[in-house]
Write a new protein. Structure first.
Length: 297
């Protein structure tokens, strides 16, 4: 049979066919598929024409299956089962799954969320892994290939689904040996600061934020990564304005404490992004749940 020939047949009738084959009765088959007995008789007539076989024949007070009907039982049962599975969606069992998830996470966020996320995945899905890609640029085609991203940048990931993951705010990272209380704005700004200017950037977002308020700090050094700034604070008298979660995660072992900034600031809300087409994907649904349970507020 060619692919075009299938259009001649009504595949909806296969459920009725299986009911008649299994019950050996037009009346009982009608009850199984919830149609009237006359309607089932018309279905049988149509099926006889399609298969070129009587399928069910009168035998005494009942009906008897023909050899063709007997032969059709198992393949029709399997076909209906496969069709039902199409509507159920693909199952995902993390305990046995083998899957690589691609993600985009900024370095400063990855420093605090990646380790617990990998540990949780190792426990629940030992055959899966997370591959971080280099931070994408605007309109980068790689964004469409991601399984998820964590960021505050709703413009970069416009078009993706997003859900709040956690909130953070900036604090002043200071070595515990520093006696300063940093209660005055000018006192804090006059201290020697480390700025963080990442690849492709021309300034530290902190300085842009301060400039909007007519403020300026004294910068003594510039580094490309937040962890470098934190390590420098740990070994010098320099200070740095960094995310509070970063200090909470690494500050204690580095003898670095967080001092609240004497400047009012807004909260940095981090979102979990994922492509729209993965909304109902079983693996993606599980992964988003794992992320929310592991690193969400």
């Amino acid at each position: 049979m060619s692919e075009l020939d299938i259009g001649r047949y009504d595949l909806n009738l296969l459920r009725a066919l299986l009911a008649m084959i299994e019950s050996g009765s037009v009346t009982r088959a009608a009850q199984i598929v919830s149609v009237s007995q006359p309607a089932m008789s018309r279905i049988l007539a149509r099926l006889r024409e399609d298969f070129g076989d009587p399928l069910l024949v009168r035998s005494g007070a009942g009906m008897k299956r023909t050899p063709r009907a007997e032969a059709l039982a198992e393949p029709v049962r399997a076909l209906l089962k496969q069709a039902a599975a199409l509507y159920e969606g693909e199952a995902f069992d993390p305990a046995v799954a083998q899957r690589v998830f691609r993600a985009a996470i900024p370095d400063v966020v990855a420093a605090t969320v990646l380790a617990p996320l990998i540990e949780a995945m190792a426990r629940e899905a030992p055959g899966c892994r997370i591959d971080l890609i280099p931070w994408p640029r605007p309109n980068d085609p790689v964004i469409a290939t991601l399984d998820f991203a964590i960021s505050t940048d709703t413009v970069l990931f416009a078009g993706l689904r997003m859900a709040p993951l956690f909130d953070d705010h900036d604090v002043l990272a200071v070595h515990v040996g520093q006696p300063a209380t940093w209660r005055q704005i000018l006192e804090m700004l006059d201290a020697p600061h480390i700025a963080v200017v990442g690849a492709g950037a021309t300034s530290d977002p902190v300085d842009d934020w301060l400039a909007d308020q007519g403020l300026h700090r004294r910068i003594a050094a510039v580094v490309p990564h937040y962890l470098q700034a934190l390590m420098t604070v740990a070994r010098t008298d320099l200070v740095a304005i960094l995310p509070s979660r970063l200090i909470a995660a690494y500050g204690p072992q580095l003898d670095v404490r967080a001092a609240e900034l004497p400047i009012e600031q807004s909260t940095d809300r981090h979102f979990l992004f994922h492509p729209v087409e993965r909304d109902a994907d079983a693996a993606s649904v599980w992964l988003r749940s794992l992320i929310q349970r592991t690193v969400g507020d």
